[in-house]
Write a protein that binds this ligand. Sequence first.
Ligand SMILES: NC(=O)C1=CN([C@@H]2O[C@H](COP(=O)(O)OP(=O)(O)OC[C@H]3O[C@@H](n4cnc5c(N)ncnc54)[C@H](O)[C@@H]3O)[C@@H](O)[C@H]2O)[C@@H](O)CC1
Ligand SMILES: Nc1ncnc2c1ncn2[C@@H]1O[C@H](COP(=O)(O)OP(=O)(O)O)[C@@H](O)[C@H]1O
Ligand SMILES: [K+]
Length: 511
Amino acid sequence: MKILSGEQLAQADASTIQKQQISSIDLMERVATLVFERLHQRLNGAPVPIKVFCGIGNNGGDGLAIARHLIQHGYHVTTYVTNCSKKRSKDFLVNYDRIKEVTKDWPILLSCKDDFPEIGQQDIVIDAIFGTGINRPIDGWMAEFVEHINNSRAFKVAVDMPSGLFADQAQNDAPVIRANHTFTFQTPKLSFFLPETGNLVGTYEVINIGLDPEYMMQVQPLANLVDKDLAQRMYKNRNPFSHKGDYGHVLVMAGSEGKMGAAVLASGAAINAGAGKVTALIPEDGNTILQCSVPEVMSILSSGESHVTNFDHELQNYVLCVGPGLGLKDDTFSAFAKAISKQASPVVIDADGINLLSRDLGLLKKIPENSILTPHDGELKGLIGEWKGSYDKLSKAQKFSMEHKVILVLKGAFTFTVTPQGMFVNDSGNPGMATAGSGDVLSGVIAAFLAQKYDPITATLFGVYLHGASGDLAVQTYAHEGLKASIISNFIGPAILNLFRQPQQQPPQQQ
Ligand SMILES: NC(=O)C1=CN([C@@H]2O[C@H](COP(=O)(O)OP(=O)(O)OC[C@H]3O[C@@H](n4cnc5c(N)ncnc54)[C@H](O)[C@@H]3O)[C@@H](O)[C@H]2O)[C@@H](O)CC1
Ligand SMILES: Nc1ncnc2c1ncn2[C@@H]1O[C@H](COP(=O)(O)OP(=O)(O)O)[C@@H](O)[C@H]1O
Ligand SMILES: [K+]
């Protein structure tokens, strides 16, 4: 699914009105009806007090139309307009008249602090104050009003976006409605996925409002969301007459004294994700640990006892995955530099591999195009330097990816994959995955799909999605707290099966 900017959504709107011969007011009615239907489905006629807060633009127009539908279906609705400007939009005004025709009264105008209504714990608040048209931070009495809503314990439903939130730009700490649920139109917005603002959205639901398919098809999005549908389309079926040689060989260069688990996890995950063969290049002293932990994985021993000191072996045609638990010793650096310089096809570099690379970014010239780097934020600093907020981070990462022709996997609650061709946001995963070693599993999984001849971008996106999806399945049994890296790895297979199951067969999510 494409993630568009506020400006692109306005263009999509204009293109829809022109091509579908629909007026903007009818489009607003379509949108409001869709939101009403979702609300009605959930509320099922419950006599709860509903307070609808409307701005004076088109988001407010949506709010007025939603309120009208709720009233016509017998709900207990009070409608308010935040009277912050005389510049009311045309379609807002039409809906302002339409609601009056139904209720025989105008909505209540709010113009200052004295007008703030009491909001009870049992109320449902519908926030239709500002949407994608917000062009400056909310201030003055409106800022106090947002705080007033946030301080209430009512359940808050945002229309399109929580008011105050910018769709795709950095913002200061001006107040934003803290929604429990957001009905967003056509595409989710970029700010939903960033750590500074993602929590303001609550759960979100995308409503397809039927914007011009031609526009949607050709527009270059800010990013693409990788969800179950897309992941399913990436999957490659196996040929019944295939053999292990068809699924590639992953060489995992990893581990050091006290960190052999990283080598076990990365190489074990490569096996679990379907690599035909996996070999681990590890320090001598780690051999027993590795062979006892994952008998499917072969080993090559480096001459160093406690850390890897060389890269000498006879293997041909393998995919290199380098870095987990490797350590930062000088002779490990030399072995790392030699390893990446010898590769003709894309490599996966993770963890200490990235820290070693950061010592000499000139090495980037030696790694094949489309190699995959999987830093967490600490490791990323070594590559792109410091940043100020997520938008700055993403823009620096995009520049780095284009300049060095590499794929960057920026791990987090929503992992961003940044490629020279564009950016992708991953939709799977949960906070149970914030556990030591889960990144090592990810690097092994991505390497396994590279070995299975998925192209580098697909191998990365599919690997990141499945890694999160494994965590999502495993959490149903283990809870967030009980999840650990080896369990995530063991759920890769079930997560592949789950790609092809219908949603109603999925167990409920832990909140
Ligand atoms: N294609 C779409 O996505 C569609 C969007 N619609 C709705 O239209 C909304 C966008 O409508 P608009 O462009 O009218 O924008 P908004 O309704 O978000 O707000 C714009 C108005 O608020 C003012 N304003 C902006 N920031 C302010 C601030 N901080 N303090 C005080 N006033 C401020 C602006 O000057 C303008 O008058 C969407 O979020 C959605 O709800 C639907 O009605 C139709 C289809
Ligand atoms: N809150 C979260 N929600 C979803 N995924 C998460 C969350 N926290 C961490 N993860 C995922 O877990 C992995 C952690 O990787 P990393 O920080 O490298 O761990 P380690 O270094 O211990 O292996 C990443 O894939 C990241 O996206
Ligand atoms: K809103």
